[in-house]
Design a protein around this ligand. Structure first.
Ligand code: PEP
Length: 246
């Protein structure tokens, strides 16, 4: 049985004062049956790990390099995230794909490094509005899965987040039928590639404008095992009702 996962991506938001919200999320974490992951900016990683120490919450990175160390100014490695106490890394977020021109092959290499370090890779995929309107959504998703998910993936170390680019930070969400179509497609794609046992253990998250007001209906959709949440993960007041809805 897949454990539900509520993952928060704080993006480039938060200085030390933001840790008070993490503490609030820890204190009011409403559902011990749900895994909770918060990915703060790299500057807060160690402090965030201390804040949730002893509680069933994970802290993770928002990106990493393909290498564990080397001459890569400004980058952070999966090894460093692990050293700071992180247990997961988001790779392939659409903001990385767009802002930094990351390709599926690079994302696959990053996910491989994350897994080799014993961490969970949260691999993000999703179509643009133009691709959806052109009827290309499933072919885009299929290509991104093929290119971004390593062959070495295991159910324990792989989470896939379906995040339509046009739904991120916009307040727009796909219809529930559209979410179901993509999530069912992703599950079937994983079954074809990894076999039923592995595929049925891989958690598939929906991401894009998840809020307390729409979480319950989204989480009722088939093959939605949780959410990757941006803006609404920044406060306990927004994030805890989302956890509770799982
Ligand atoms: C995200 O950045 O992964 C995201 C889903 O953002 P938001 O929830 O703010 O749309």
């Amino acid at each position: 049985m897949r454990r539900k996962l509520a993952a928060g991506n704080w993006k480039m938001n938060g200085v030390k004062a933001q840790l008070a919200e993490l503490d609030n999320i820890r204190k009011t974490h409403p559902n011990p049956a749900v895994d909770v992951l918060i990915c703060p900016p790299a500057t807060l990683l160690s402090d965030a790990v201390k804040t949730v120490s002893g509680y069933p919450m994970m802290i993770g990175g928002q990106d990493c390099h393909t290498a564990n160390s080397g001459a890569h100014t400004g980058d952070i490695s999966a090894d460093m995230i692990k050293d700071a106490g992180g247990t997961a890394v988001i790779v392939g977020h659409s903001e990385r794909r767009e802002d930094h021109g990351e390709s599926d092959a690079q994302i696959c290499a990053k996910a491989t490094t994350v897994m080799e370090n014993g961490l969970i890779a949260v691999v993000c995929i999703g179509e643009s509005l133009a691709q959806r309107e052109a009827g290309e959504t499933l072919s885009v998703i299929g290509a991104q899965l093929a290119g971004s998910v390593p062959d070495t993936a295991s159910a324990a170390q792989l989470v896939i987040a379906y995040e339509p680019i046009w739904a991120i930070g916009t307040g727009l969400i796909p219809t529930l039928e559209q979410i179901a179509e993509v999530h069912d497609f992703m599950r079937e794609n994983m079954i074809q590639r990894f076999g039923t046992d592995t595929a049925n253990g891989i958690r598939l998250l929906y991401g894009g404008s998840v809020k307390p007001g729409n979480a319950t209906e989204i989480f009722a959709v088939s093959n939605v095992d949780g959410a990757l949440v941006g803006g609404a993960s920044l406060t306990a007041a927004d994030f805890c009702p989302i956890i509770a809805a799982l």
